[in-house]
Structures are given as C-alpha cells and as structure tokens.
Ligand binder design. Sequence first.
Ligand SMILES: C[S@@+](CC[C@H](N)C(=O)[O-])C[C@H]1O[C@@H](n2cnc3c(N)ncnc32)[C@H](O)[C@@H]1O
Length: 255
Amino acid sequence: MAAAVAQLAEAGCDTPRLDAELLLADALGIERAQLYTRAVDSDEPPGFADRVRRRASREPVAYITGRRAFRRIDLAVDRRVLIPRPDTETLVEAALDLPQGARVHDVGTGSGAVALALKDERPDLRVSASDASPDAVDVARANAERLGLDVEVNVARGIPAGEYDLVLANLPYVREDEWDGLAPEIRLYEPRGALVSGIDGLDGIRELVASAPAGTRLALEHAPGQAEEVRALLDDARTLRDLSGRERVTLGSAR
Ligand SMILES: C[S@@+](CC[C@H](N)C(=O)[O-])C[C@H]1O[C@@H](n2cnc3c(N)ncnc32)[C@H](O)[C@@H]1O
C-alpha cells in the first residue's frame, strides 16, 4: 500500500492515499470504508497493481473502478461519458421544488446523472433525458435500468419536441483555449465533445437557448465567469451558487 501511494504521488496525483484506498477496495470488491472495519489481508489482491499503474498514467479513479457516486445514486461510468461533478448537484437542486408531477427534461444527460438523481429524489416528477451522443445514451439507459428509475432516454441534439415545465442542461462550457491547460485526467481521458464549446465556451448554451420555444423555463449549468452572459440570454434570470459558493446554474425563460 505504501509503495502504491508513493507511486501515485510521484505521478502527480493530488490525493494519492485516497486514490490508492479506492483502488484497493475496488480490487477487493468492498467499499472503501470497509478497509477500516474488517481485517484485510496484507497481501495485495490480484488486479491492484494494474489499477495503480492505470491511475499513475493519470486515468481517473472513476473510469478505473467504473463507478461514481452522485447525490444518492451510484452511476456506472466509462470513457464514453463525462464523470459527474459535485458542482452539477446544483442543477438537480434547481428542480427539487417543482410542483407534484411536473415534467422535466435533461438535455446532454451523459451518464444520466442529473435526470436519474432527480427521479430518485422526486419519483413523482415525469423525467426524461437526451444526449447528442448515442454512446452516452447507451450508458444512461443502462444506468436507468440498473437503478430501476423510470426515465426515458433518447438520442437528440438540443431539446426534443415536447411539453416541459423545466429543461435542465449541463452542456459543454469549456473555452477552446482552456483545453491544453486542463488536468491530464480530463484532457487525456474524458470526451472532448462533452466539455469544449467554442471560443468562449458558450456556443452550446447559446444554440440551446435560441432553439427553445419562447417561454420555455431553462436551468443551465455554466462556469462561474459565464453567469452574466447566460443571464443576458434569458428573461427573468437568476443564478444559483454551487457547493463552493460560485455562480453555477442560471434559471430563466427563453425569449
Ligand atoms: C458536460 S457533459 C454533461 C453530462 C451530464 N449531464 C453530467 O452532468 O454529468 C455534456 C453532455 O452534453 C452532450 N451534448 C453536447 N452538445 C449537445 C447538444 N447540442 N444536444 C444534446 N447533447 C449535447 C455531450 O454529448 C455530453 O454528454
């Protein structure tokens, strides 16, 4: 274990001990907390060295273990989809106080994180989801089925035709010139098309807002520095802050 931690620290991983523990637990087929509550053989289990080698190449832990916790659910993830981020919890929160039975659509669902977490916490809502990437739709559908959550997921670019009380979207919003400076975990492993959106990062959001029927209620995740520009695209706009207190999700109506 000590050698694995040293190897990950040497490779530049930010949290080498945590990562090594997660990989050890995964190789043993147990939860990380159980490493402390039950006797674990001091011999390293088969597959641990390979997991550490992958992490030392800066592959994200979530792709190695194939899972990521998001709010109350555990999602299967792989390189076809973005790894859900804690910041995106704010987008789920934007829909939690909708009235009973409201219709919500999640555009750019990726692993299904937002739509599935919402359905899990508000089973009364009618939740659907879509993504332009057929690969992502496969991942999201498999997650919906495994979690037993009734969310229909379809391949579509933009907002599919339908009546929605709220459209949620965590579309790509990274600027093209930011890409080369991103951590290797992102740049070398996550799908670029799930992250980058033109010179100022706002191409996807502008296209979505422009295509939305007038009056459509939208909640859009964005970078903190983009909040003012996103508010300017919408009527009655207001911005929610993420867990770190940064402007992260803007709500408003399409014109
Ligand atoms: C930043 S990822 C977010 C994934 C997921 N919602 C999450 O929060 O983890 C953006 C997703 O939007 C999809 N996407 C990009 N442009 C799109 C568009 N115009 N219409 C639908 N989906 C789009 C990408 O394929 C990708 O899965």
